[in-house]
Design a protein around this ligand. Structure first.
Ligand code: ADP
Length: 195
């Protein structure tokens, strides 16, 4: 059996890196809404055009659209035995929708790992990524806006998941191997029937 995980954290906290490692180590799909949206933009469809405008400004894609995408993705065969969600949920309505969906599927989340990182480390990392990957939302002004959007709309999820005792905090400012080791400890500490 796999695990149902959410990786939560500000832009630049290392969610993508850690989710990819978890996906390989646990043989569960890495579901990154950012990647799904970038693929939609690439495809150039009318939906992609609509999504593009949000991405370029560093704004969140509307909840109903994001939730549809996730509902569809979690229904695919490879997600039957676990998943790691990266970049979803990002708002309280998204978290509530995920809870409802998982109740329908009869599989509650096993853990929500929050990767903590201070503002300065995030700005530095995203600035470096801008040079390597050339993502159009890694421009300095958009980076600052994405961090603000996180603080306003996504940070409330920390309390949301603290209330249902799913939340585990991990220091995301360390090197990827050290962060991965801490996440592994979290997973190993989950009740046996979860893993
Ligand atoms: P980062 O974590 O560095 O911001 P992502 O690839 O996770 O990178 O997200 C990139 C962009 O995709 C976000 O700024 C937002 O526009 C959009 N996006 C991704 N996930 C969501 C989501 N769950 N809800 C709304 N918008 C999202």
């Amino acid at each position: 059996m796999g695990v149902d995980l959410v990786l939560l954290g500000p832009p630049g906290s290392g969610k993508g890196t850690q989710a990819a490692r978890l996906s390989a180590a646990l043989s569960i799909p890495h579901i990154a809404t950012g990647d799904i949206f970038r693929a939609l933009v690439e495809a150039g469809t009318p939906l992609g055009q609509r999504v593009k405008a949000f991405l370029e400004r560093g704004e969140l894609v509307p909840d109903d659209l994001v939730i549809d995408v996730i509902r569809h993705r979690l229904g695919q065969a490879d997600a039957t035995h676990g998943f790691v969600l990266d970049g979803f949920p990002r708002t309280v309505p998204q978290a509530e929708a995920l809870d409802r969906l998982l109740v329908e599927l009869g599989r509650p989340l096993d853990a929500v790992v929050y990767l903590q990182a201070d503002r300065q480390s995030l700005i530095e990392r995203l600035g470096q990524r801008a040079e390597v990957e050339g993502r159009s939302d890694d421009r300095p002004d958009v980076i600052l806006h994405r961090i603000d959007v996180f603080l306003e709309q996504t940070a409330p999820l920390i309390d949301y998941y603290r209330r249902n005792s799913k939340l585990r905090l991990v220091d995301g400012t360390r090197l990827p191997d050290a962060v991965a080791a801490s996440i592994r400890e979290v997973i190993d500490s989950l009740p046996r029937d979860a893993v």
